[in-house]
Ligand binder design. Structure first.
Ligand SMILES: NC(=O)C1=CN([C@@H]2O[C@H](COP(=O)(O)OP(=O)(O)OC[C@H]3O[C@@H](n4cnc5c(N)ncnc54)[C@H](OP(=O)(O)O)[C@@H]3O)[C@@H](O)[C@H]2O)C=CC1
Ligand SMILES: O=C(CO)COP(=O)(O)O
Length: 340
């Protein structure tokens, strides 16, 4: 079995490390020829994961068409806003037997589509898997215990991806709820930005617990209306990924939020992180999805104002706290226990 990984960032590189050590052949594609030459010579990705040795079963490739030739699986591992361009580039060169796997976590701006929906536009006949879950590249590439979810409407594809990525430190579950896994994985990044802002403002654990709990609630509300199963949000790609991203210093979303909370302008904070901060864009997509589906998403709305409308973060927290009083669980999401 041969696998192409399109994108040699932190996550693409960590997944390449897993696969080559499972004795699969990997083509790792990067658009950057300087990075390519360094990787070929030194067998490490200096820019994103410098301590991880990639010294067997791997080819570093700069030509994207060559990288997907004769592979069984194509893994999309660039930022989600760049994925459409990648698909456009490879569309004439993919055959219908190649399984397409997406590992990025975001919702496309303007189209408001998830990656499975974009992939379907280009490759309606190919099987598709969304591989997601609480998994920082820095830990996976050190062999630290991690769990993922392989989501596909095709059971065999979900199980194939489960098989090839499983190691003694990486446990992979399957789930047929692709949209649920995609919405959970994408929107947790918004809440992680918020958790970071809260930390940057000097607020404590109470505020973060509130953001995480009310955050997964509004994510699940939107997800349900978009066709997801509510239970998926209680799983690894939902609350699991939300917990890891809101609490870890590995998280670029959380670190970007901390800088904003400390007073940096959102654009400057993004630039300082220097890596993909998906939540920065997904907050806009989610804001418009909440309007499109008429779902109340107060945390998303306030974060949109902070990131895109120059609204003060402390004022946004006040607005959230002073909203009109309400019941905790709305009818539409679960069956709440009613008062006697
Ligand atoms: N890091 C992690 O722990 C995890 C990340 N993810 C998700 O994986 C996705 C990729 O993140 P990650 O690898 O961490 O990000 P990084 O910032 O580490 O790397 C981004 C990668 O995407 C490439 N890229 C960015 N823009 C473009 C573009 N316009 N065209 C082609 N390639 C582009 C970069 O290439 P270049 O270097 O040339 O700019 C680089 O290879 C994100 O959606 C993220 O949410 C999911 C799980 C874990
Ligand atoms: O998705 C991730 C962990 O599961 C990575 O999160 P960040 O992009 O915030 O680093």
């Amino acid at each position: 079995m041969k696998i192409a990984i399109l994108g040699a960032g932190s996550w693409g590189t960590a997944l390449a490390y897993v696969l080559i050590n499972n004795e699969f052949k990997v083509n790792l594609w990067t658009r950057n020829s300087i990075d390519l030459n360094y990787m070929r010579e030194n067998k490490v990705n200096k820019k994103y994961l410098p301590d991880v040795l990639l010294d067997k079963n791997i080819e570093f490739i700069n030509n994207i068409e060559d990288s997907i030739k004769d592979v069984d699986v194509i893994v999309l591992a660039v930022s989600s806003q760049a994925t459409r361009n990648i698909l456009e580039t490879i569309k004439e060169h993919v055959n219908k037997n190649q399984l397409i796997v997406n590992v990025s976590k975001g919702i496309e701006l303007v189209s408001l589509k998830t990656i499975s929906q974009i992939v379907k536009e280009f490759f309606p006949n190919n099987n598709f898997v969304a591989l997601s879950g609480p998994s920082h590249a820095e830990e996976v590439s050190k062999g630290m215990p991690t769990t993922l979810v392989s989501a596909s409407i095709d059971k065999r594809s979900a199980e194939l991806i489960q098989d090839i990525f499983t190691t003694e430190y990486l446990r992979v579950y399957t789930n047929p709820d692709v949209i649920g896994v995609e919405i959970g994985g994408s929107l947790k990044n918004i809440i992680a930005l918020g958790a970071g802002i809260s930390d940057g403002l000097g607020y404590g654990d109470n505020a973060k617990a509130a953001l995480m709990t009310r955050g997964i609630y509004e994510i699940a509300k939107l997800g349900k209306i978009m066709g997801a199963k509510t239970t998926t949000f209680t799983g690894l790609s939902g609350i699991g990924d939300l917990i890891v991203t809101c609490t870890s210093m590995h998280s670029r979303n959380r670190r970007c939020g901390i800088l904003i909370g400390e007073g940096k302008k959102p654009k400057d904070a993004l630039e300082k992180i220097g890596m993909v901060v998906e939540g920065f864009y997904t907050v806009e997509s989610a804001y418009y999805l909440s309007k499109k589906y008429n779902v109340e998403m107060p945390i998303t709305r306030e974060l949109y104002k902070v990131i895109y409308e120059n609204h003060g973060a402390r004022d946004s927290v006040k607005s959230l706290m002073m909203r009109s009083k309400k019941h905790e669980i709305e009818e539409m999401i679960l069956n709440p226990i009613e008062w006697n």
